[in-house]
Unconditional design. Structure first.
Length: 351
């Protein structure tokens, strides 16, 4: 046998082992003569491949595949492999049940007649009738079992209630508790009645309040863009404040306030000094006070001012009269008489 032939056989055996192992993990035994049955359901309740198929508590097969029917998407088709040594009648029902409260699923084959002839037995590839049971029905079995269970529970509850009714009186702790509970329920009933009347009286106010709230929300919805703009401006302003050196600005402002405080202090001192000067000026003790308040001194100063004015005017008009006074030499020529006009003017000024 050549090397290529041995490699080919090894690959074929490996592929076969892989396929058989994969099918076995999915619950299919390719080496057995199991039957293949189908069943249709409206709802498979999370039934999955490899879930067991049970008859009288014995596992006789597994679910091979679950898929949607191509011709009718409302139906789910389940493929089942069943032990080929068993004869399954054509009227058998494949019922999906729950195996526990944690969600496990299985299919039980239900039939009452045995398959004796070939015409009554289902062949591989046939469709069986499918049905489902809920959690309670799956756990309790037949309806008669459920009825018996309910009867037992009912009898037990009646016995418990009768025992409590016999044992409880108004003097016992339990009786007092029930009496308090009854009083609480009565108070609750009265409270609910009062609340109902209060709501009936306040219905108008409540409707108006709800109307106002609706109007307010409508106004908010209409002004949503404006509110958004305001919030955007506030965000931009806060961002600008964050970017600005607020601490430095506050420091500069504080220093400016301190300088302004010093200036105001100096101004107050100057005002105080000015006030003192004005007080002295208003008094008659100082020179300025006498100048402002003494009428006689004012008149004298006024006369002196007029005399100085006349003198300067005469000097400007008749300077020759005063040359002898200003000159260092002795004047030999006689003084010229003063004109009568000047004398009259001087007399008038003296008056």
């Amino acid at each position: 046998m050549s090397r290529e032939t041995r490699i080919g056989l090894l690959v074929a055996v490996a592929v076969a082992v892989f396929v058989i192992g994969f099918k076995y993990l999915k619950g299919q035994n390719v080496l057995s003569n199991d039957y293949l049955f189908y069943a249709e359901y409206a709802n498979v309740d999370q039934l999955a491949p490899s879930n067991p198929i049970i008859k009288n508590g014995l596992e006789i097969g597994t679910v091979r595949d679950v898929y949607m029917k191509e011709s009718d998407p409302t139906k789910i088709v389940v493929e089942m492999t069943v032990d080929g040594s068993l004869n399954i009648p054509k009227d058998a029902v494949a019922t999906i049940i729950s195996t526990g409260v944690m969600g496990g699923k299985a299919i039980i084959l239900e039939y009452t007649t045995n398959c004796e002839t070939a015409g009554n037995c289902a062949d591989s590839g046939d469709y069986l009738r499918g049905s489902t049971k809920g959690l309670i029905g799956s756990l309790l079995g037949e309806p008669k079992d459920v009825s018996a269970y309910v009867d037992v529970v009912r009898d037990g509850m009646i016995a418990v209630v009768d025992t409590l009714d016999e044992k409880i009186d108004s003097t016992s702790e339990i009786g007092k508790t029930f009496a308090s509970l009854q009083a609480t329920l009565n108070n609750l009933e009265r409270t609910t009645g009062r609340l109902d009347r209060l709501m009936a009286r306040s219905s108008g106010n409540l409707e108006r309040t709800l109307s106002s709230v609706e109007s307010l929300t409508a106004n908010l919805a209409q002004n949503n863009e404006k509110i958004t703009g305001i919030l955007t401006n506030v965000n931009e302003m806060t961002a600008s404040l964050n970017r600005a050196d607020v601490g430095k600005t506050v420091t500069v402002a504080t220093a400016a306030m301190e300088e302004l405080k010093k200036v105001m202090t100096n101004a107050d001192a100057a005002v105080v000094k000015l006030s003192a000067v004005m007080d002295k000026a208003n008094s008659e003790n100082g020179t300025l006070g006498k100048l402002l308040n003494d009428k006689e001194l004012y008149d004298n100063l006024n006369e002196v001012s007029n005399s100085v004015t006349l003198l300067t005017s005469d000097i400007r008009e008749h300077p020759e009269r005063y040359r002898r006074i200003l000159s260092k030499k002795t004047r030999t020529e006689p003084l010229r008489e003063i004109p009568e006009e000047v004398k009259e003017n001087e007399t008038d000024n003296d008056d």
